[in-house]
Design a binder for this molecule. Structure first.
Ligand code: NAP
Length: 508
């Protein structure tokens, strides 16, 4: 075989958050060591590295929001904070010997499928390489979104996004605007309210907020979970099972959420005594349509005398004055955007060019779709972890990631069985059928019928982010690669200078 002039690996994993690190562990456990993990930053952790804002924590219990193969008997709280989750991911990296595979400051600039050689050509900030397979684990919450607000450039104060917190900026005594009331903002607000002079919250749509059953996990529990691992496994099973039982209310019977909505209303009534403020904070859509948020401190913080809620989005900035859509004007020293991420328009998609010479972003311009959440047609040997319709509203994303990693391992196994210089390309008919079935199930869900707009929906109003079933069902449908859903691409073996014509054969 001709010597390659560039570095070639079997698998390139992009990103070192939960998805990328999980992929690395599973590859090594499968005996595959010829892979690299490309990370644009200087350390692992993904969204749990980047989101270091005050109050940042996970609202899925840690015993469930962790890898099944890397249990941690010593989680400090039910809902761990960002520093603990980030430290957990650093530990996973060391425990599973992932460091030799990591390339930091190696942002992927482009990835292009070579239709002759049947491999990916990848340009990174550290130089080029090629790979038989790419596993894109960049995550949906990696690129912050700041709305295009007229006049923002002219603002002379401090501006940053919750996922790019400026820890050098002292908020003490400042007049601060918090833009947005999503999962990030409702954690930031109570954390900074005691510090700032005035806090103005720009709320375009009120969220439904439920109590957060958080507490310290006791030393006795740590001891028990360490000495009797079955107790830890049982705890995880219970946390998982409760959430599985909730799914049908979201996906089939939104009316069943009425009781939950009443509990959320009571939660607000307990903390907010001012009827005018309560009116502003009461959503006009069914609970669950947007992500249900958990907090015991958000409503009490809003009721404090140094906090104002403007029940309108930010429309314009004039000098240091923020103008809301309802005309309210507020002068501030700093603006914090808690305005979410590029989810349905993830930037990596515009850097990946497939077999037809088009980018993933171009293919997805009318909506993302990928077979079993992983494979887009025309992008052979390219898997997306947390791809289209793999998100969850109420349970742990780690469960979905691990199911997709099962799929990845079976994909590699199938490639091995098929022989050398082989690629699998999802058949467009299989991808469309998968996506059409999901969209049909979507019609009954609370995300479609609940009367809200959310980041689950793309610009055409299609829900291309959430999985409309249980995590058990997703695990089942991703257990194995069904070869009938793929075209097998075969390149002739290289012998000296012979042609490398690619042949396409129909799968069995
Ligand atoms: P998000 O849920 O997308 O929320 C963005 C917020 O910004 C929304 O309230 C949105 O209002 C608002 N917004 C956008 N443009 C605005 C404007 N011009 N003026 C005023 N408000 C504006 O983003 P996020 O809070 O960062 O959360 C993203 C996801 O990250 C979550 O859904 C969750 O999956 C995850 N997360 C989880 C946790 C946790 O586990 N506790 C914490 C943080 C994040 P509209 O509602 O009107 O669109």
């Amino acid at each position: 075989m001709a010597e390659r002039e560039h570095e070639h690996v079997r698998v390139v994993v992009i990103g070192s958050g939960f998805g990328g690190l999980g992929a690395a562990v599973r590859l090594r456990r499968q005996g595959i060591t010829d892979f690299v993990v490309l990370e644009r930053a200087g350390s692992v952790g993904g969204t749990w590295r980047d989101n270091s804002y005050p109050g940042c924590a996970c609202d899925v219990p840690s015993h469930l929001y962790s890898f099944s193969f890397a249990p941690n008997p010593e989680w400090p709280r039910n809902f761990s904070g960002q520093p603990h989750i980030r430290a957990y991911l650093e530990r996973v990296t060391d425990t599973f010997g992932l460091r030799p595979h990591l390339r930091f400051d190696a942002e992927v600039k482009s990835a292009r499928w070579n239709t002759e050689e049947l491999y990916w050509e990848i340009e990174t900030a550290q130089g080029p390489l090629t790979a038989d397979m790419v596993v894109s684990a960049t995550g949906p919450l990696s690129d912050p979104q700041i709305p295009d607000v007229p006049g923002l450039d002219s603002f002379e104060g401090k501006v940053f996004h919750s996922a790019r917190w400026d820890h050098d900026y002292d908020l003490r005594g400042k007049r601060v605007a918090m833009i947005g009331t999503g999962a990030s903002a409702i954690q930031v607000v109570p954390a900074i309210q005691p510090t700032v002079d005035r806090l103005t919250v720009f709320q375009r749509t009120p969220p439904w907020v439920m109590p957060r059953a958080d507490r310290k996990i006791t030393r006795a529990e740590h001891w028990l979970h360490t000495k009797v691992p079955a107790t830890r496994a049982l705890r995880r099973q219970l946390l998982w099972g409760i959430r599985e039982l909730q799914v049908s209310a979201f996906t089939k019977r939104p009316k069943e959420l009425g009781l939950v909505q009443a509990l959320a209303k009571a939660h607000m009534h307990r903390a907010v005594k001012d009827p005018a403020l309560r009116a502003k904070l009461t959503p006009d859509y069914t609970i669950g349509c947007k992500r249900i948020l958990l907090s015991n401190s958000y409503y009490p913080a809003l009721a404090k005398p140094n906090v104002d809620v403007v029940a309108a989005g930010l429309k314009e900035v004039r000098g240091n004055t923020l103008v809301a859509a309802d005309g309210t004007e507020t002068e501030v020293d700093a603006i914090i955007f808690g305005t979410g991420f590029h989810v349905t328009d993830m930037p990596i998609a515009s850097r990946v060019t497939g077999a037809n010479g088009t980018t993933l972003a171009e293919e997805w311009k009318d909506g993302m779709e990928a077979l079993r959440g992983s494979s887009a047609a025309g992008f052979p040997n390219f898997l997306t972890i947390i791809g289209p319709n793999t998100g969850l509203g109420n349970s742990s994303m780690i469960l979905m990631i691990e199911s997709q990693l099962n799929y990845m391992i079976d994909y590699l196994r199938q490639l091995d069985l098929l022989g050398d210089r082989i690629a699998l390309d999802a058949r467009p008919s299989a991808v469309h059928a998968w996506s059409a079935a999901i969209q049909q199930r979507m019609e009954r869900t609370v995300w479609s019928t609940g009367g809200c707009d959310s980041w689950y929906l793309d610009k055409n109003g299609r829900n291309t982010t959430v999985w409309p079933g249980t995590t058990a069902e997703f695990r089942k449908v991703t257990r194995q690669v069904d070869l009938a859903e793929y075209q097998v691409l075969r390149a002739p073996a290289r012998t000296g200078n012979e042609s490398t014509d690619k042949t396409v054969e129909a799968a069995a």
